[in-house]
Design a protein. Structure first.
Ligand code: FE2
Length: 381
């Protein structure tokens, strides 16, 4: 009897908390990058990261303004968009920022309601609720501005059965390299200007109904030279996690400042993608040419003493340079790529969670020293 009572109480609590959630989000829908050559970018994400061809919009679908290629792997959908002529908003975005993330799209049940809730709480509109349809049904999208020029687009797609979005046709190609095992977006990190972190924490709390689940200050995240502060925002069901970084005072130019200088503004710093087999995923990515940050070999010398016993072979982790951290709930394995475009801005994290819900705080020092070695090579430290 008593266990039944507990179950009933738990389920009432979860119903209450989801009823209070004015911004329910089912997960990440897609991430759109504005890039100078969408065709070649999509090829890189297929060949080097194991995405497969999903959908295309451009001259062949009657779109005379932009060329977009959508690729997918697991639940992750990336879209690469380039303008087809000069003087466009996308072209100006690329001129200022280089290649980068413009849209983080969120999958919702009601894009009109999400938009109205956000606007009534002070969000700046980007796209009014718009119904788009084709022979496969309809999608409603709406959007609001976030930090920098990044926007969140709400996607309502329960009445749509096409391959991606109206306006896109299936992108059929014989070349679809094997997946590398990437499954879903675990978190997406934004870099904001000095003094702006709390403004954006407030935005996610008040406009989006997110909660702050963690915070790191310069005592947690500092090396001899540089420092940063970070707060992690999460939506109600934990499927969307947006850490927000701002630079802190250090002796030299921090990685966040380097990003802000080269991106010429605030933007998405890294996208963490989850795998269920990080050893296999990272082996594949390395074989296909993805370069990762390197921590010193000594990191592995007393790893078990530091984080306790783990299932993976430490020597394999050492060979691949995969990092490990533990929290109260379990452990996680993670690795960070070098930046992936001409400017030292966006990079990727590959993460495998084995119970841990945190972000690898124990690895920050070793990682930031590795980033500083890269900055020193670039002459930007
Ligand atoms: Fe991360």
């Amino acid at each position: 009897m008593s266990s039944l009572t507990i179950v009933r109480k738990k389920s009432t609590e979860s119903v209450t908390s989801s009823m209070n959630d004015f911004m329910p989000i089912n997960g990440t829908d897609y991430v759109e990058f504005y890039v100078s050559n969408s065709k070649q970018a999509a090829h890189f994400y297929k060949s080097a990261l194991g995405f497969h061809s999903l959908a295309y919009s451009g001259l062949e679908t009657g779109n005379k303004k932009t060329e977009s290629y959508a690729v997918a792997q697991g639940k992750i959908k990336f879209v690469f968009t380039s303008p087809l002529h000069s003087g466009t908003e996308i072209g100006i975005h690329i001129d200022q920022h280089g290649d980068g993330v413009k849209v983080t799209a969120l999958w919702v049940d009601d894009a009109t309601l999400s938009f109205n809730e956000a606007i009534s709480r002070g969000a700046t509109p980007y796209l009014s609720p718009t119904k788009e349809e084709d022979e496969f049904g309809y999608v409603v999208r709406s959007g609001i501005y976030a930090y920098g020029e990044v926007v969140h687009i709400f996607v309502e797609r329960s009445k749509y059965h096409g391959v991606f979005l109206p306006g896109f046709k299936p992108w059929k190609t014989l070349y679809n390299p094997e997946s590398t095992g990437l499954e879903y977006v675990d978190h997406m990190v934004g870099n904001v200007e000095l003094g702006h972190m709390n403004k954006w924490v407030k935005f996610y709390q008040e406009v989006m109904g997110f909660k702050q689940i963690l915070s790191f200050d310069d005592k947690d995240i500092s090396t001899e030279y540089t420092a940063l502060m970070s707060k992690v925002m999460s939506n109600n069901n934990g499927k969307i996690k947006f850490p927000i970084n701002e630079p802190a005072a250090g002796l030299k130019r921090s990685q966040v400042e380097e990003y802000l200088d080269f991106y010429e503004g605030e933007g998405v710093q890294h996208i963490a993608m989850a795998t269920h087999d990080i050893i296999k995923t990272v082996s594949q990515l390395k074989a296909r040419g993805i370069e990762f940050l390197q921590v010193p070999d000594s990191y592995y010398d007393n790893l078990v003493e530091r984080i306790g016993s783990i299932e993976e072979d430490i020597e394999l982790l050492r060979d691949l340079n995969i990092l490990v951290d533990r929290d109260e709930e379990g452990y996680l394995l993670q690795i960070f790529s070098k930046t992936v475009q001409a400017r030292p801005t966006l990079f990727f994290e590959i993460i495998q969670r084995k119970g841990a819900t945190s972000f690898g705080k124990g690895n920050f020092k070793a990682l930031f020293e590795a980033i500083e070695r890269e900055q020193a090579l670039r002459g930007t430290l």
